[in-house]
Every structure is written in structure tokens, then in C-alpha cells.
Design a protein around this ligand. Structure first.
Ligand SMILES: [Zn+2]
Length: 308
């Protein structure tokens, strides 16, 4: 089987508060800063509160969603007095942790998020990378709760999220946790994933060979909006109780998806697919009731550190 070597992965960025009301990442980063966790063996750790103004306000964002600001186009957009706060902040973060696509960028960027959906521990990748797939497999093998991944296939220049600033990266998306709330069970899952990521990097840098293999992930196929009143555009239904909290449970044609406020059930049509981000609070404004995806298998080569 194919074997690939990489230079040591010595710079890790842990970011939280990219969305200011997702509290696990906010408290995780603050705790790491308090404990001065800036070194784990061979790995230097940079901890960043990504959007301090939105954290202070305990809102997702001030002017616009920071986690949509990291495309090449927005990172090179001129800043004026009327620029949104998040655009300014995205360029600062790009200077600190990137620049995106450059040799100076951090080796791995983990961005910590929460969702109100019942997704458990989920990693989100914007590109296929052997290192992050190995870390995913490692976390999956060590945690006692299910660990899943969503694979987005977005060209690097168009990747809009913070983790795309690192040489490689992933978002840690954990739920269910309401916005502005911290739950110990969810916090502990985030902490475990961060600790396992550090542990994997140290083992990698120390010369361990990680065998190739395969992992399952979910690839988005489409998004589904809430049923709406055509005249007012107001939603007319909630997620059906049978679909609520059923993220990653295969949705078959004919399965209920919505229950209208007047009592009618809406059913899933078309092929069987896996729902996720079911009833995510922040997606009402994005007109997304849930995502549907298919299961895919990703293979990765065996890897080890490149020795001088
Ligand atoms: Zn988020």
C-alpha cells in the first residue's frame, strides 16, 4: 500500500468562539490559556478566541458570519471604514494563523463549534487530507461515543471557513447544545477530541507509522428548507418529532420530515439519505431545516514523519 511522509506537524492552532454563542470552544480556549497549554511535547499550540466581540455579546456574530469570510476573495478584499467587523477580523486571523495557502500557515487548525442538532461528536473537513483522516480515525478509535465526519468538497480558494487558513484543518462540531449554554457532557467530548488530536500529533512527530485504511464519512447531497407560507415567507411547520434528534439516521422515502402547525405531516420524497444539522438554530436565517447526505468511504495511505 502507498506510504506518504510529511515534515513534522509542529504548529497546532485551537480556535474557539468563531461563533460567539457556541460555548464549548469559548471555555475550552479560555481554559487552555489559563493552564498555559502552549506546548505538548513536540507541538506548539496557539489558542485563539476567534471572534472576541461576538463572544462578549454572546451572539453568533456582530455584522456577518465570521466562518464564511475565509475565501481567497474576501481575505484580499480592501478594508474600509464601512467594512463589516468580521471581515476585518478574518484578515487579522489570516495574518496570525496563515496566510492561507502559504508555507507560514499553522500545520493544523482545529476550530471548535457547537450545534443545537443531536449530532454527537462530528468532524467537518473541507478537503481530503491523509493527516486529518488519520486523526479522525484515531479519535474514533479512542472515544466511547460515536464519532462521525462530514466531507465537504470545496476548492481550497473557495473554502470559506476558518480551518481552511491552516495547512490542513477541521471543524469540531458537537451537539446537542443550545446557544449560549455550556453542558459538561458536550464540553468533555470537545476536550477529549482536542487532547486526542494533540496526542496523535506528538506520536506522529516522534516517528510512529500510522497504517493506511479507510473511514466512513457523510457527503452533503442537498439542503431542505422549512415549508413556508408563499405570501409571508413565514415557516408553517416544525421538524417532525420522529426526525428531531435523529441526525445520521437513514431517512427513507415516506418517513415524516415536518409537522405543520395545522397538524399535517410532510413526508420525505426521493432517495433514502442521511439527515444532519436537523433543526440547527443558526440555520433558520439560512433557510435550512436540515442537510441530507450520503455515506461515502474514504481511503488513506499509511503515513509517517519525514526524517532529515
Ligand atoms: Zn459554529
Amino acid at each position: 500500500m502507498e506510504h506518504v511522509t510529511f515534515p513534522p506537524l509542529s504548529r497546532l492552532a485551537i480556535c474557539g468562539g468563531t461563533h460567539g454563542n457556541e460555548m464549548s470552544g469559548v471555555y475550552m480556549v479560555r481554559e487552555m490559556q489559563k493552564q498555559k497549554e502552549d506546548l505538548a511535547g513536540s507541538v506548539s499550540i496557539i489558542t485563539v478566541l476567534s471572534n472576541p466581540r461576538s463572544v462578549e455579546a454572546c451572539k453568533r456574530y456582530i455584522d456577518q458570519d465570521l466562518n464564511r469570510c475565509f475565501t481567497d476573495a474576501l481575505l484580499s478584499a480592501p478594508i474600509t471604514d464601512s467594512s463589516p467587523f468580521e471581515l476585518r477580523r478574518a484578515q487579522e486571523l489570516n495574518n496570525q494563523l496563515g496566510p492561507k495557502g502559504s508555507e507560514e500557515a499553522v500545520d493544523l487548525l482545529c476550530d471548535l463549534h457547537n450545534t443545537t442538532s443531536n449530532m454527537g461528536m462530528c468532524l467537518i473537513f473541507y478537503s481530503i487530507d491523509p493527516v486529518t483522516l488519520h486523526i479522525y480515525k484515531y479519535i474514533q478509535s479512542k472515544m466511547t461515543t460515536p464519532v462521525r465526519a462530514i466531507q465537504l468538497s470545496i476548492p481550497h480558494s473557495e473554502a470559506y471557513s476558518l480551518e481552511s487558513v491552516g495547512k490542513r484543518g477541521f471543524a469540531v462540531e458537537v451537539g446537542p447544545q443550545p446557544n449560549s449554554v455550556v453542558r459538561a457532557d458536550i464540553f468533555n467530548m470537545v476536550k477529549e477530541a482536542v487532547d486526542l488530536t494533540k496526542e496523535w500529533l506528538e506520536r506522529f512527530n516522534s516517528g510512529v507509522t500510522f497504517e493506511g485504511g479507510e473511514v466512513e464519512a457523510y457527503a452533503p447531497v442537498k439542503i431542505v428548507d422549512y415549508p413556508r407560507d408563499p405570501a409571508t415567507n413565514e415557516i408553517t411547520a416544525a421538524i417532525h418529532p420522529q426526525l428531531q434528534d435523529s441526525d445520521f439516521m437513514l431517512l427513507q422515502p415516506g418517513d415524516p420530515t415536518f409537522l405543520s402547525f395545522s397538524g399535517e405531516t410532510v413526508k420525505h420524497e426521493g432517495e433514502a439519505l442521511y439527515p444532519f444539522f436537523v433543526n440547527e438554530c443558526a440555520y433558520y436565517e439560512k433557510k435550512i431545516a436540515f442537510h441530507l447526505g450520503k455515506k461515502i468511504t474514504l481511503t488513506f495511505p499509511s503515513i509517517s514523519v519525514k526524517k532529515d
